[in-house]
Design a protein around this ligand. Sequence first.
Ligand code: AMP
Ligand code: GLY
Length: 440
Amino acid sequence: MKKVLLIGNGAREHVIGETLKRSGAQLFCYGKAKNPGILELAEDYHTGSLENSDEIREYALKVKPDFAFIGPDDPIGGGLADVLLEVGIHSVAPLKTVARLESSKGFTRELVHKYKIQGNPNYKVFLNEEGMKEFFAELGEHFVVKADGLMGGKGVKVSGDHLAGHKEGLAYARECLHAAGRVVIEEKLVGQEFSLMSFVDGKHTVEMPVVQDHKRAFEGDKGPNTGGMGSYSDANHLLPFLKPSDLDEARTITHRVAQALLKETGCEFKGIMYGGFIATASGVRLIEYNARFGDPEAMNVLPLLNSNFAEVCEAIIHGDLDRLKVEFAQKATVCKYLVPDGYPDKAVKGQKIEIGKVPPGVKMYYSSVDQTDEGLILSSSRAVAFVGIADSIVEAEQLAESTCGSVKGPVFHRKDIGTAELIAKRVAMMHELRRLRPLK
Ligand code: AMP
Ligand code: GLY
């Protein structure tokens, strides 16, 4: 039996832990709070700061796991895999040098450019203000400004949404220079976004079913950006607005980026490469890479994994993913997050929610909630996710929706995620962009 140290305590880590356990592993968890779901799965659970690598190392030395699985971006970007490797523990998570794929947007843009990989928009990385005004003028009214560092998902501002014109663009770019020392300014892309996550062992890449996330807080893609309100995937492992060739393009980009990373740094990326892509009128473009599973996207794909997850993890570490057959069930999934009223800006905290019976075909994953004597208590972030799993997106949506509706307490969710109506809008948008007949 494999011993695994899971680091992190969100819903993403709950599904990672569940899938490891299903593959026969014995689970130990280090998290900053007690996740009620992981608590049930784990032999032992240590709480402590995710920034305290000394404490994590001490705990790891006590557990002596076969390997560690690091869920969240901050410890990965901060080099926790390096710290664990120093004491002989391998991780399913990249070393700091290659975790730059997520922690530095400028590094990734330049890597893609240098190795002549398709997918970059028109972009420039700035270390100071020289030439900035001219580049804004070149891009015109459609631009994006990105701080070049991990900013907890808040470093990106898009013209039209957050920035009214060049003056605001320039002011925000200056702010980024102050905060991060580097700023990326790029062309704003128009199309439909999708997440393609791959298992990567340094040389080989094996993709998972493609997923679409919903970042905006409110129905109709309105309101502030969030960590992700929910997501869906289709039974054929494609999305209704994508062509198979789009998926091929995204897959090729990830494969080539993994190879380029090795060539550039001499270090193999071992873990999850999560590409945020966008299908545009002129093909697939890369928005960014994350060096970890997506949250919520992990909840769409891991419950469908038919292969042994612990074996997949070991193949990632050993570099022989090509020898494994990695298979996912041909099912559709819809994931919806319940979040506290007021989320994300003024989320209520400390209030109780009641969850009824979870029906067959639905999985429940805990995120920021505490199990107390009084019951399940909200923290101020995403609380609980429900994932409907069925033969079609419509059926999966109904399963997730009816379960969300049965929860009592001051929470809300997006009713439109995975509905036929919202999906039809996305298909129509792509159709218009491509001037093609819509795909079913
Ligand atoms: P991030 O915080 O890096 O995940 O980016 C947040 C969001 O910004 C993405 O999900 C996109 O919606 C948007 N975004 C980033 N880069 C671009 C781009 N070049 N064009 C259009 N939207 C973008
Ligand atoms: N689904 C967004 C993220 O994990 O970054």
